[in-house]
Design a protein around this ligand. Structure first.
Ligand code: CA2
Length: 148
């Protein structure tokens, strides 16, 4: 069974508790469970991890390179600030799909730029928490293409 990793960045542990208009009703645990069930139907195992700390996310990207076939990443606000996270993704071979719940392109201008997008396999934005499921589908398809 292929192993995939779902990583969530700062403040996403608050999903479903506040800011529901922007980020939806579901808790992070609920979203993780939905993505896990979806991937299980394609015979993939999913591990998930959330951190409010940039270096911890960098460590997990390194670990993903050793232990996982692909990564789903919502970097949260680090999307717009983190050269360290970008460098980590660039340094590894494992494909990373960038995910955002909201449409970062129709929000404040400081959210329009992603340091992650140029080194990601692709970006899914703006479909609420369904962005994670769409991202999971995209990751499976890009893994199939890599194999062929
Ligand atoms: O739309 C997304 O998924 C974001 O990555 C979410 C980040 C934001 O900084 C990015 O620009 C876009 C913020 C995550 C904060 O999550 C919260 C969830 C519930 C309550 C408060 C914050």
């Amino acid at each position: 069974m292929g192993k995939l990793l779902l990583l969530n960045g700062p403040n996403l542990n608050l999903l479903g508790q506040r800011n529901k208009d922007q980020y939806g009703q579901k808790s992070l645990q609920h979203v993780e469970q939905e993505v896990r069930a979806y991937l299980q139907s394609f015979s993939f195992h999913l591990d998930s991890f959330q951190s409010n700390h940039e270096g911890e996310l960098v460590d997990w990207i390194h670990k993903a390179n050793e232990e996982y076939e692909g990564v789903l990443l919502n970097p949260g606000a680090y999307t717009h600030t983190s050269v360290a996270l970008r460098d980590a993704i660039e340094a590894v071979d494992v494909p990373v799909v960038e995910i955002h719940i909201s449409n970062i392109h129709n929000r404040e201008s400081f959210r329009h730029h992603s340091f992650i997008a140029p080194v990601a396999a692709g970006q899914v934005v703006g479909f609420g928490t369904n962005s994670y499921i769409i991202g999971a589908f995209a990751l499976i398809e890009s893994l199939k293409e890599r194999e062929s």
